[in-house]
Design a protein around this ligand. Structure first.
Ligand code: GDP
Ligand code: IMO
Ligand code: MG
Length: 421
């Protein structure tokens, strides 16, 4: 039976999913995003080109691949069309290679305002949202109020838009929050019109048809497992299921159709926005990781919080996703460290635990195992055999602890800077 392989982040997002999907795309006919929306920022680098994708799947720069935006994604037409313009400036017309699910929900200008108003009202307890309207759009989806891509084709679209907007304005009036959507709204309405050039499809039917024809499909996750709405560090999470199960509901494929699950992690950890991060560093090592790894958000430009690899969280994510292979990113960022630490457990109220507890993770003290750094540049290395012994030890330990093989090691942002075992 033909299956769908999945690439997803095992940490708090920004693991390098965009790069990996771009690297793997030549082996697939179809690349499909299944959740999230423009909160994602997936960076791709090939030669002199640097690109950040928010809604469009990361297979778009390989001309043979069809890219699908699945039903589980939430779409802001303004951001999508800006992306399309930027891609088409390099690639030419992509209309035939980008298909959009009729069932994907739309992010309205007022969803963005509700996001901003809600965050402002939370004060110190704010999530640190990307403010792209993700939470409010998914709220309308589960609240059964949302507008979907397929609705654009309806004669009643304008009236339904106005009705939902009016509802949002009512909600916004309850906040002490001033705003003006007129400029964004006019861009939004124009972008909705321009979106019509794409095929709006019954993506679940199409994807299952492509599978039955033997086409190979790669599902591209956004965010990371620790930001999952159910299993992440709630409430400091995003509003969708970022785990492998999300690929089933976000594309309309049966669990039995899931093949390889590639779990991506950085050789260390980062997080952007608020919420628990047990291995976060507040010292020179954290600064050094941020500087060398250019750890600034691809969507918001915010500095990312940096810390050592958290194996407890990683093992949890491997378990929850049923990861069949691991991909370690940004190994080169650790080139210059004498000592590299890995968190193998936490102390909570004087007791050591080896799981991520429900109770406030702010009180968790990481227990570290230390590794000797490799202290050489990985930049030009293209085969596993040529890795320094210290890096091989580091990888072997992660494989033993997670009981999952590390099949790809990334040693730089470019497509070519990739070691496949
Ligand atoms: P995504 O959201 O998971 O696609 O990841 P982002 O694109 O937000 O962040 C990953 C960042 O790391 C991007 O700037 C990439 O260009 C960069 N990157 C990816 N892999 C590597 C790597 O192996 N080494 C280095 N130094 N940078 C990398
Ligand atoms: P990619 O796909 C990193 C974080 C935000 C915030 C929380 C909720 O590039 O890995 P939201 O905008 O969803 O309301 O934000 O989730 N967040 C991400 N962090 N990478 C992402 O996407 C993220 N998408 C959302 O910073 O803490
Ligand atoms: Mg990102």
């Amino acid at each position: 039976m033909q299956k769908v392989d999945v690439v997803l982040g095992l940490q708090w997002g920004d693991e390098g999913k965009g790069k990996v999907v771009d690297v793997l795309t030549p082996s697939y006919n179809v690349i499909a995003r299944f959740q999230g929306g423009p909160n994602a920022g997936h960076s791709l680098k090939f030669g002199d080109e640097n690109f950040v994708l928010h809604t469009v799947p990361s297979g778009i720069f390989r001309k043979d691949a069809v890219n699908v935006i699945g039903n589980g994604v939430v779409i802001d037409p303004v951001i999508l069309m800006e992306e399309v313009d930027a891609i088409e400036a390099i690639q030419g017309d992509i209309t035939s290679r980008l298909l959009i699910s009729k069932k994907a929900h739309l992010i309205l200008p007022t969803h963005r305002m509700l996001d901003a108003a809600s965050e402002a009202a939370k004060g110190k307890g704010k999530i640190g949202s990307t403010l792209k309207g993700i939470g409010p759009a998914y709220m309308d989806k589960t609240g059964r109020n949302g507008l979907r891509v397929g609705d654009i084709l309806s004669d009643e679209f304008a009236a339904r838009y106005e009705a939902l907007k009016a509802k949002h304005l009512g909600l916004l009036s309850q906040y002490d929050f001033s705003f003006d959507i007129s400029e964004y709204e006019s861009k939004w309405l124009k972008a909705v019109e321009r979106l019509r050039k794409f095929s709006f499809i019954e993506s679940e039917v199409e994807i299952n048809r492509m599978l039955s024809e033997g086409k190979s499909i790669l599902a591209e996750g956004a965010q990371g497992s620790m930001l999952d709405i159910d299993f992440g560090t709630y409430p400091f999470v995003t509003s969708s299921n970022t785990m492998a199960a999300g690929a089933c509901t976000g594309l309309g494929i049966a669990p039995s159709r899931i093949g390889e699950v590639y779990g991506i992690f950085k050789a260390y950890c980062t997080r952007v926005g608020s919420g628990p991060f047990p291995t976060e560093l507040f010292d020179e090592d954290g600064e050094k990781i941020r500087a060398i790894g250019h750890e600034y958000g691809a969507t918001t430009g915010r500095p990312r919080r940096c810390g050592w690899l958290d194996l407890v969280a990683l093992k949890y994510a491997v378990m929850m996703n049923g990861a069949t292979a691991l991909i370690m990113m940004k190994s080169d960022v650790l080139d210059d460290f004498d000592t590299i630490k890995v968190c193998t457990g936490y102390t909570l109220a004087g007791k050591t635990i080896d799981y991520f507890p429900f109770e406030s993770a702010e009180k968790l003290e990481p227990v570290y195992k230390e590794f000797k750094g490799w202290k050489c540049s990985l930049k030009g290395v293209r085969s596993y055999e040529d890795f320094p012994a210290e890096l091989k030890d580091y990888i072997a330990f992660i494989e033993k602890e997670t009981a999952c093989p590390v099949k790809i090691v990334s040693v730089g942002p470019d497509r070519s800077e990739t070691v496949i075992r």
